[in-house]
Design a protein around this ligand. Structure first.
Ligand code: GLA
Length: 440
């Protein structure tokens, strides 16, 4: 046999005429295929080159990724989440008993009735290693009955339960992280009855933030359990640009500390972020420090009022079991909470700033506005604004309700458009009003 033809046609002189005819037909077909071969290869080459070019950030014929806000399962967090978290009061010193005490106190203090719902366990609930199947397990000494039993207890009080992890190889306190374990961990959380996940950013090994945070979003959705998803990325990669599409809330800054400067600096970092917040997706300026002892009660009122104006999550961070009366009064002020929880979900914004004195407003769904006069200075100040500056609709008169000063609830009562909204405001203090347009 002679195999000298490039297409492998066998010249076999022993064949009869018929077989030679079949072989030569095959030969012609293969020749035709060779004519098709080069354009097809060239086509594949051009296609791959285009794909390669578009992957370098020049969207060619590809739609840009959609980062617009979406609702997650079950329309969660339609108003900013309210609850309690263990970190600010206890840090890593947590036990099953402390979490149960907090849940009980949330009910007995009247906080549950005021709208607080989530009991969130922060860092250090875990054992230092995963189990033989690679699953997270609670610290057996501090959480001897496991997370499922704790979740059942919290649910039996009519509350919901949250947990903490990190989108990294370790949590910030050094426990096993969820990076590369998203599916397993989301399944554990769902099985235990978890309703809220805070996902931190420690030990992220430089892995792309979208890969990490979207990875957990997909894993949570795949469980089918409605779980509020709270991204704790500290505002590093402008999370308000991308987190609304994949989560319910995202931290906008580093950690809060229990002092005036830390709290007020965080407020400065919220300016301009109001356009990113709305039902189902919220900017998170971090948990509350109210009642932890590092600020005066007047400063804590300022902290709480600003969080309400910002439509921020109201996650208390104090020891609820040993809470003082003034702390309880601040955390349960229903009219201030109503400002935070307004169904329109509009985040408030600053309308004037003279260095020490600022005016903040928040439009409410009923046409009224919340108005906050903030005095950051060291001396008491007389502060004013007008209904026009606030942006209230034209009306014959305005009802003004003072939300903190109960002895002075209806300050003046009826205002005309040229009247001033005014108050003497203590150093580091606020005056907070709700102003309703009224037509006679
Ligand atoms: C980070 C977070 C905090 C807290 C700690 C826990 O610092 O930003 O809110 O969760 O980790 O280690």
């Amino acid at each position: 046999m002679n195999y000298n033809d490039p297409f492998g046609v066998v010249e076999d002189t022993s064949r009869n005429d018929k077989s030679i005819l079949i072989i030569s037909k095959k030969y012609i077909l293969m020749k035709k295929k060779s004519i098709l071969f080069f354009p097809v290869i060239t086509g594949i080459f051009v296609f791959l080159t285009l794909q390669f070019a578009t992957s370098f950030g020049q969207p060619f014929n590809k739609a840009p990724k959609d980062y617009s806000p979406k609702y997650l399962v079950d329309n969660l967090a339609q108003t900013p989440p309210m609850g309690w978290n263990s970190w600010n009061a206890f840090h890593t010193d947590i036990t099953e008993q402390k979490i149960k005490d907090a849940a009980q106190a949330l009910v007995s203090s009247g906080m549950k009735a005021a709208g607080y719902e989530y009991i969130n366990i922060d860092d250090a609930w875990m054992d230092t290693v995963r189990d033989a199947q690679g699953r997270l397990q609670p610290d057996p000494k501090r959480f001897p009955h496991g997370i499922k039993a704790l979740a059942d207890y919290v649910h039996s009080l009519g509350l919901k339960i949250g947990i903490y992890e990190s989108a990294g190889t370790k949590t910030c306190a050094g426990f096993p992280g969820s990076l590369y374990h998203e599916k397993t961990d989301a399944e554990s959380f769902a099985k235990w009855g978890i309703d809220y996940l805070k996902l931190d950013n420690c030990s992220n090994e430089g892995v792309d933030y979208m890969q990490r945070y979207e990875g957990m979003e997909k894993a949570l959705l795949a469980t089918g359990r409605p779980i509020v998803y709270s991204i704790c990325e500290w505002g590093v990669k402008d999370p308000y640009q991308w987190a609304p599409a994949i989560s319910n809330l995202w931290r906008t800054t580093g950690d809060i500390s229990d002092n005036w400067n830390s709290m007020i600096n965080i407020v400065d970092e919220q300016v301009g972020l109001e356009k990113y917040a709305g039902p189902g997706h919220w900017n998170d300026p971090d948990m509350l420090e109210v009642g932890n002892g590092g600020m005066t009660n007047s400063e804590y009122r300022t902290h709480f009022s600003l969080w309400a104006i910002l439509a921020a999550p109201l996650i208390a961070g104090n020891d609820l079991f040993h809470m003082t009366e003034p702390t309880r009064d601040i955390l349960t002020n229903k009219e201030v909470i109503a400002v935070d929880q307004d169904p329109a979900g509009k985040q408030g914004y600053k309308i004037s700033d003279d260095g020490n004195q600022e005016v903040w407003v928040k439009p409410m769904s009923d046409g009224s506005f919340a108005v906050l006069l903030l005095n950051r200075g060291e001396d008491r100040a007389f502060m004013t604004t007008t209904v026009e500056q606030v942006g209230l609709q034209k009306a014959t008169s305005y009802k003004v309700v003072n939300l903190w000063d109960r002895g002075n609830r209806y300050q003046a009562g009826t205002y005309s458009t040229t009247d001033l909204i005014r108050s003497s405001v203590a150093s580091h203090g606020v005056a907070m009003f709700r102003v309703y347009p009224e037509s006679k």
